[in-house]
Design a protein around this ligand. Structure first.
Ligand code: PLP
Length: 449
């Protein structure tokens, strides 16, 4: 459709593109040309196995024809309608999302353009509904790059922009067992006591901050980039109880953990908890088109029955994105993708465990469904990470380069390797990637003290 020789894509991009999350002079992007299933190809026809679902978002895999066709037909029929109007796809997509929320309890849906503005809107809704101001979030979290979502973010991406962010966010600690601050001298503490310590910590912060000033607790149900931190048993129920006790809303950010990633449609279903709001994006359309959403309880929505919710987006409920979402959810159901992710999660667990036993530079492996992580360490006893906090290291860079050179696309975060493939991946494809990783880890093994 558009004419540009392949060998001009990179130079032209380097001339005109301003890159995010990157030092402009240091970017070296893959010029990607096509993608299908769990693979994509660059302009030199080099094939990559996608172990990160691009940006942890292509949940149903690349090149799904049903979703593409739905978008094409919607583009031909009606590519856009104003936010105050409604369309067939707006009616159907909001119903489709409401019906997959836990117990179908979050029956109102506000569509956004992505994850950050889903969280921003959830915060606004919480503040408007409770008439309270503060938002509690965790240190090991990422909630998006706009000013409010960045303020909510706990990780160093927030620190880079301080102090000019949204006020009123207070952070607390994540129940991160492998590197638990409270249990360095007592690492074998029972799961029950571990959970209790972290809930006590949260309750203490609620009391210090004043429950009457706290609108919501916003948490990634399973922490994504910052460590695939799987809540210990009882933790999510405990957060729910604290929210109820102190009249605080519970918002689960499932931008990364939602849409089958953990082997359930939403991760919170693992703990039978119903949050007051749930934010989503990425897997909502499997990234075929930009879309985010806040699903909320009807009683929160009705607090705005008589006065306006003073917020909006020109592209809310964009029909092409909604067509993608409806088709994507249908594909997930028809092809039993969530069930498959759960099954493949067990396969991934076995493979990760084997890898952990084989490599001295692996400190711990964790996964829930197809949401996996390897903690790469210099020393298993001290747990010294293979790269420092918020940084990289020659060993981690070399490991990543080895994988890329051998056609495995994955995401490393400081000293960790994330394994987040499209949910349609087969056992053979998983093994193909894990075999490359197995050889790559020999690089970090050499740095073990
Ligand atoms: C948990 C979580 N929340 C929010 C976001 C922000 O989403 P977006 O980049 O679509 O704004 C992300 C993105 O990675 C995320 O992982």
């Amino acid at each position: 459709m558009f004419n540009l020789p392949d060998d001009e894509i990179l130079p032209l991009s380097k001339e005109h593109v301003f890159w995010t999350w990157s030092a402009q002079a240091k970017v070296n992007p893959i010029a990607v040309k096509k993608a299908k299933g769990v693979y994509f190809w660059d302009i030199d026809d080099k094939k990559y196995l996608d172990f990160n679902s691009m940006t942890m978002c292509v949940n149903i895999g690349h090149g799904n024809e049903k979703v593409i066709k739905a978008m094409q037909e919607q583009a031909a029929e009606l590519p856009y309608a104003a936010p105050g109007m409604t369309t067939k796809v707006r009616a159907l997509a909001s119903k489709a999302v409401a019906e997959i929320t836990p117990n179908k309890a979050l029956s109102k849906v506000l569509f956004t353009l992505g994850g950050a503005d889903a969280n921003e809107n959830a915060i606004k809704l919480a503040r408007g509904y409770t008439k309270k101001h503060k938002i509690l979030t965790r240190y090991r979290s990422y909630h998006g790059a706009s000013a409010g979502a960045m303020a909510a973010t706990g990780d160093p991406r927030r620190v880079a922009w301080e102090p000019n962010l949204m006020s009123g966010v207070v952070h607390f600690l994540d129940p991160y067992r492998y590197r638990s601050t409270f249990h360095r001298t007592n690492p074998n503490i029972s799961e029950e006591d571990f959970t209790r310590d972290y809930l006590n910590h949260l309750e203490e912060i609620i009391l210090y901050e004043g429950p009457d000033s706290i609108a919501a607790i916003l948490i990634e149900t399973v922490t994504g980039t910052n460590g695939i931190i799987i809540p210990p048993s009882g933790y999510m129920q405990g957060v729910r109880q604290l929210c109820d006790k102190y009249n605080i809303l519970m918002i689960c950010d499932e931008v990364m953990s939602g849409f089958g990633r953990t082997g359930k449609m939403f991760a919170i279903e693992h703990w039978n908890v119903i949050p007051d709001m749930l934010t989503m994006a990425k897997g909502l359309t499997s990234a075929y088109a930009p879309l985010g959403a806040v699903a909320l309880k009807p009683e929160i929505a009705s607090a705005f029955d008589e006065h306006a919710f003073e917020s909006g987006l020109t592209y809310t409920s964009h029909p092409i994105s909604l067509a993608a979402a409806i088709a994507n959810i249908e594909v997930m159901k028809e092809e039993k993708i969530v069930e498959h992710a759960s099954k493949m999660g067990n396969v991934l667990r076995r493979m990760l465990t084997d890898l952990g036993e084989a490599h001295p530079s692996i400190g711990e492996v964790r996964n829930i469904g197809l949401f996996g992580i390897i903690e790469v360490v210099k020393n298993r006893e001290t747990k010294e990470p293979m790269a420092p906090w918020n940084s990289s290291s020659p060993e981690m860079n070399a490991l990543k380069k080895y994988c890329a050179d051998h056609g495995l696309f994955l995401y490393t975060h400081w000293h960790t390797i994330l394994i987040i493939p499209p949910l349609i991946i087969t056992e053979e494809e998983l093994k193909e990637g894990m075999d490359i990783l197995d050889r790559a880890l020999e690089i970090t093994d050499k740095a073990v003290k």
